[in-house]
Design a protein around this ligand. Structure first.
Ligand code: NAD
Length: 351
């Protein structure tokens, strides 16, 4: 395993240096004496989460193999003494063992986050999601870890008939291999927490948007429109209706769920309270890019107007549980899409 220095250079992981690092952190005045491991912490959600946890006073280790994440996502905290970036893999028992040293809580966010079948084939989903989670959980058994926060997904509900969908909805019948892999991981997390006396917090986010996003419909539309500003290919019939939540509201929800969890295993939906459809979303992206007269080309869809195999056509989560913890979203779905579009256009514009 290698560690990334403040100047961006990488060094072989050195346990003596790590011990010194932790000794340094303990001198901190105020804050929490809790070290948290964020797997996938250089990714979209993980990097925002790491920043927020440090701001709250936690010390954060990140384990990321930089497959879709980037060091630049952590530029605001890379030189913070309470952050330690370990470039390694969740499927490596040795890397996890090092990353877990002195850690009391793990936020497991590393995964292949792609729902589309061609980008998340079954083998990839099994290896990067299920196998990685199993190896991580095995390592937590003989560690100081007390809490495990797992990033599941709204896709575990499949085509739910109850909308908004509450956490106790069932039977759970995911329609994507990605959703199935997340459901399998939920089962593993729950069973390990009950069997080995850890606290489990399973969060089920739905369509999180914002700066640093590595995938998703907004990024897809911006990239397509940059290539061809007069025509936009929309996968499916454009009526797919979903909720979109801005990253800041999501991070607030994850931390609230973690800090308030009392049951051995808590499950919590994270999503916006309203929806918008893909055509409306495309219009917002077009407006924010300052384009006019863009022709829509609906293509590539599969049965019933879905965008791809495994695309849930109508999705809205019941977030009453989250609201009972004092959580309140600041941006609705359309506002979140608009803000995320502005953020992503800025990011994609060369400085
Ligand atoms: P992301 O791709 O930006 O982040 C994933 C991170 O995990 C990346 O930094 C990547 O390099 C890292 N990673 C992947 N495999 C790894 C491995 N084996 N070892 C170490 N690091 C590894 O994706 P994201 O959108 O930030 O998603 C974060 C988590 O939240 C994922 O588990 C995803 O499934 C889940 N989730 C995301 C959304 C969303 O709307 N973005 C919704 C529901 C659930």
């Amino acid at each position: 395993m290698v560690e990334v220095r403040k100047d961006g250079s990488q060094i072989l992981y050195n346990t003596t240096r790590h011990a010194a690092f932790h000794a340094l952190k303990k001198e901190r005045i105020g804050g929490f004496d809790i070290d948290i491991l964020v797997t996938g912490g250089a990714g979209f959600i993980g990097s925002h989460l790491a920043e927020a946890l440090i701001k709250k006073g936690y010390s954060v280790n990140i384990l990321d193999n930089l497959s879709s994440g980037h060091k630049r996502n952590l530029s605001g905290v890379l030189d913070n003494q309470y952050l330690n970036l370990l470039v390694g893999d969740c499927r490596s028992s040795t890397d996890i063992k090092e990353a877990l040293k002195k850690v009391h809580a793990v936020f497991h966010f590393a995964a292949n986050p792609e729902v589309r079948l061609e980008l998340a084939d079954p083998k990839k989903c099994y290896k990067q999601n299920i196998e990685a989670t199993y190896i991580l959980l095995q390592r937590t058994r003989k560690s100081n870890v007390e809490s495990i926060v797992f990033a599941s997904s709204s896709t575990i509900y499949g085509d739910a008939v109850t909308i908004p969908t509450p956490e106790d909805y069932g039977p759970l019948k995911p329609i994507s291999v990605y959703g199935a892999s997340k459901l399998a991981c939920e089962a593993l997390v729950s069973s390990y927490c009950y069997s080995f006396k850890k606290k489990g917090i399973i969060v089920r986010p739905a369509n999180i948007v914002g700066p640093r996003a590595t995938h998703g419909v907004i990024l897809d539309f911006i990239r397509k429109l940059k290539t061809n500003p007069s025509e936009l290919e929309i996968l499916g019939d454009g009526t797919q209706t979903k909720s979109y939540l801005y990253i800041d509201d999501c991070i607030d929800a994850i931390i609230k769920a973690y800090e308030s969890a009392e049951e051995p295993v808590t499950i919590c939906n994270i999503g916006s309270e309203d929806q918008t459809n893909v055509t409306e979303l495309a219009n917002i992206v077009i407006e924010e890019m300052g384009l006019k007269d863009v022709k829509f080309k609906f293509s590539g869809g599969v049965e019933g107007g879905r965008g791809w195999i495994g695309d849930v056509k109508n999705m809205l989560l019941d977030v009453s549980k989250l609201k009972s913890l004092g959580w309140k979203q600041k941006l609705n779905s359309k506002e979140a899409v608009r803000q995320a579009t502005t953020d992503l256009i800025r990011e994609l514009t060369p400085h």
